[in-house]
Design a protein around this ligand. Sequence first.
Ligand code: ADP
Length: 372
Amino acid sequence: MGLESEELVTMSNQNTIPLGRTNPLALTPEALVPRLGDYLVEKGQITAEDLQRALEYQEQLRHSEQPPVLGDILIDLGIITRRERDKAITELWIQFRSALTEANQQLEERVKERTADLETALEQLSTLNELKSNLVANISHELRTPLTHLNGYLELLCNGDFGQLNEQQRNILGIVQRSAERLGHLIEDLILFSVSEKDQIYLHIQATNLREICASVEKRNLNRAKEQKITFTVEETKEGILVDADFEKITWVLMQLIDNAFKFTPPGGEVRLKAEVDGSFIKLQVTDSGIGIPAEQIEQIFEPFYQLDGSSTRKAGGTGLGLALARRIVEAHGSVIHVHSELNKGSRFSFLLRIHQEPSARAEAKGQGESA
Ligand code: ADP
């Protein structure tokens, strides 16, 4: 059975915890089988008094150079023979082995049960998640149809197709049109979100002029900067550089980051979009001098619907979907969004886009890489 004398001594030396099994999951010898002394008493081979006498003797010799183990003391005191001791230890060892096997089997059973529970919970969660995505998708599509009618008639009204408008009417219609436009953006965000939930972000990646992206973003934010009294700058390193990107989606991401920068920066502050070369990539950075984000919440702001100020009285509007979607779009481009932020000082969101290389240049670069 391969018993080592060291193991036997270790087992026979234990006799200070009460007889009986404790927690079967604590797989120690003492938890699974009784101690030698208790075992011998249990078997009727020695009396409780014999054991007490041997333990007292052992206690007296506890501080000697080589304190004897209980089995030896029992032999020395003539309570049991060497053979009886070895037999008892062997029996205890067998008991221990089978108790261990049983405990392992129980453990495996419990792990199996828990794994099955977790799998069921995961399945339920994914069904719920799918239901939620479908609900969001259906509702947003339903909202889009009436909004299209609303926008159509608004345009006709504004163009004077139903009669000339006075200034007050034009102003009012302007407000309605802007609100309808915001509603449209929210619906589009919801649709994009429900689609991305199903891992269905379709990208149309092509060689895209960085200047066009920046110009479009700049143009669409100039008025807002003026209205909010915020200095807005767009900095580019080189004109006409091409990146591998989906023009619409990356423009959407930058608009989203800049929208947040404007929302969370007080008047008199600064918002900057910077594009700079970083090796074979372009680094796009949106920096603001706004309220900043607490370090422990930086990860959470990318969770769908998460907002630092989730109260109904918060000043900034929004759905809490912007960053979740921005991250998915950037990741679908094979990149990552980084955030650096300091409370009351501002935030910087950045990500890389690969500079476009013509196939011939790419092959050449690859060839050089391989020969290097
Ligand atoms: P939304 O802007 O619609 O609330 P986002 O997903 O774009 O949703 O952003 C989530 C949250 O992250 C925001 O509500 C805000 O609390 C925080 N946040 C995002 N950008 C900034 C920023 N530039 N400065 C400070 N807080 C920000």
